[in-house]
Write a protein that binds this ligand. Structure first.
Ligand code: PLP
Length: 502
């Protein structure tokens, strides 16, 4: 502890050394006056906690005006103005114009709400400035522990491998690359996918996220190698059609290698029959990958966990802690059953990355053996911290709470004759619309966003525009959720009466 300040330190605090008096040889960026930067740091923390505590009182979102946008066109500062001035700019120019996904009435897209433990952990992680590409240090053990926790949660073997990545787009790509290497063998990493690669085919439902076909594209197999299988009325993949597609491809000499199941489709929250997929994958010898970007963490909630039965039989699972896991962005994760298959797809030897049995270069395998990144930040800490601070049960309760809020909204929509529900709402996403045209509903959503009262987004269901409320934020209450229906009714009547959106 350094609480006992020396007389000199006290004097220095009172009389911060003027910049000009600095010895010219000093080129470090550390505080010139630790005491005043410390006070500034506490102010910044207080300002952010005040902001979070007062979220409800402010608008969800506000559009940036010209003046606010113009501030971002000032030239590169050559002389610094200090942390306090930079923070003042942040408070004026950035904070008021954020997307609003921390706000309880934000229901657009699938955005997580963040949490205070995670925010504080981000500060610690940045202070430590750990590089989690490899080497033998405790931060890597934190990531390994989260990996073991996830293996436990999903019923995977304890030796499973895992890696924090930006998001599920990257996690899905890692799974596709691992499945590709497993199908084509290690030489394909040297020779390229070649002739054999052109025959590889993959399968996912029509409701699969666009990043799955993008992953096949990036993997050099072409997005056309992904067969998009029809969905049943509940939004889950038609497993009969899937089996037929695999058989048809085999019959013409193609090489089915990968099946991607969706656990929580981005449009409606639909979950494929994962147990049936596991059975098909076993029978057809396909790599089974689950895109559980937001839905997989439903395993944390005892009442939702049964929806995911079969996920424990997958070869890999991709998901985001930054959605239902409420971690601050970004925190995607890939969990892989077979650590050797995982590293076989990514590990490379380099003289400057030699491993040693002892010293800081010990501790194989390194995280860089499991993905494309070498330098990596300490994403794991904010997740490790939240599990420790809140506990897995509370995290599961937060997830279940968003589903209860969504079900209340769905029930409210069903009661109102002017509102129409467009899809089942098994989890936390409600797709509905006000009676009338697509144009009316599109305008309604924009006005709602601009009013600052609510932020839903839109999607298309069965060729019709849907108002989509994805309730992901742990702060959203049932009243917040049903209040959206009230606002939609109010605005819908105004727009209908205007006669401009027939
Ligand atoms: C959000 C989402 C993705 C993409 O994840 P990112 O973290 O945004 O990269 C993929 N699949 C599904 C089902 C999603 O909901």
């Amino acid at each position: 502890m350094v609480n006992e300040e020396s007389a000199t330190l006290r004097t220095m605090k009172l009389n911060p050394r003027p910049k000009a008096a600095l010895p010219p040889e000093r080129t470090d960026l550390d505080p010139q006056d630790w005491a005043s930067d410390r006070a500034q740091a506490h102010r910044m923390l207080d300002d952010m906690l005040d902001h979070l505590q007062g979220l409800r009182e402010g608008p969800v979102w506000r559009p940036m005006n010209e003046a606010a946008r113009a501030a971002f066109h000032s030239p590169l500062p050559r002389a610094g103005e200090g942390i306090a001035a930079a923070h003042a700019d942040f408070m004026d120019q950035v904070l008021p114009y954020a997307a609003g996904n921390t706000h309880p009435r934000f229901m657009g897209w699938v955005h997580g709400g963040g949490n205070v433990a995670g925010m504080l952990a981000e500060m610690l992680a940045a202070g430590l400035n750990a590089n989690l590409g490899g080497r033998d240090h405790a931060p890597v053990e934190v990531e390994r522990q989260v990996t073991r926790w996830m293996a436990e949660l999903f019923g995977f073997p304890e030796e499973s491998s895992g890696l924090f990545v930006t998001g599920t787009s990257m996690a899905n790509l890692i799974a596709v690359l691992a499945a590709r290497a497993a199908a084509l063998g290690p030489d394909s990493r040297i020779e390229g996918v070649g002739e054999a690669g052109t025959g590889l085919t993959a399968y996912a439902s029509e409701a699969a996220h666009g990043c799955v076909s993008k992953a096949l594209d990036i993997a050099g197999l072409g997005s056309a190698a992904l067969r998009k299988i029809a969905v049943l009325p509940d939004g889950g993949i038609d497993t009969g059609a899937l089996a037929e597609a695999v058989a048809a491809d085999r019959a013409v000499g193609l090489d089915p290698f990968l099946l991607v199941g969706t656990a929580g489709s981005v449009d409606t929250g639909a979950i494929d029959d994962l147990a049936a997929l596991a059975e098909i994958a076993r029978r057809e010898r396909l790599w089974l990958h689950i895109d559980g970007a937001y839905g997989a963490l439903a395993v944390l909630a005892p009442e939702l966990k049964p929806l995911l039965i079969g996920i424990e039989r997958a070869d890999s699972i991709a998901f985001d802690f930054h959605k239902w896991g409420q971690a601050p962005y970004d925190a995607g994760f890939i969990l892989m059953r077979d650590a050797e298959a995982h590293s076989a797809a990514f590990a490379t030897a380099a003289p400057y990355l030699q491993r040693r049995p002892r010293g800081l270069a010990a501790g194989e395998p390194w995280p860089c053996d499991f993905g494309p990144d070498l330098s990596r930040g300490f994403r794991a800490l904010k997740v490790w911290f939240a599990f420790k601070a809140y506990g897995a049960s509370a995290m599961g309760e937060a997830i279940a709470g968003t589903c209860r809020a969504a079900h209340a909204l769905a029930a409210r929509v069903d009661e109102e004759s002017e509102l129409e529900r467009l899809a089942p709402a098994p989890l936390n996403i409600v797709c509905f619309r006000y009676q009338g045209s697509d144009a009316l509903n599109a305008e309604l959503v924009v006005r709602l966003q601009e009013s600052g009262a609510y932020v839903p987004s839109t999607t298309t269901i069965g060729g019709r525009l849907a108002i989509r409320a994805a309730i992901v934020n742990h702060r959203t209450t049932r009243e917040d959720a049903t209040g959206l229906a009230d606002e939609v009714l109010r605005l819908g009547r105004v727009l209908a009466a205007s006669g401009a959106y027939a």
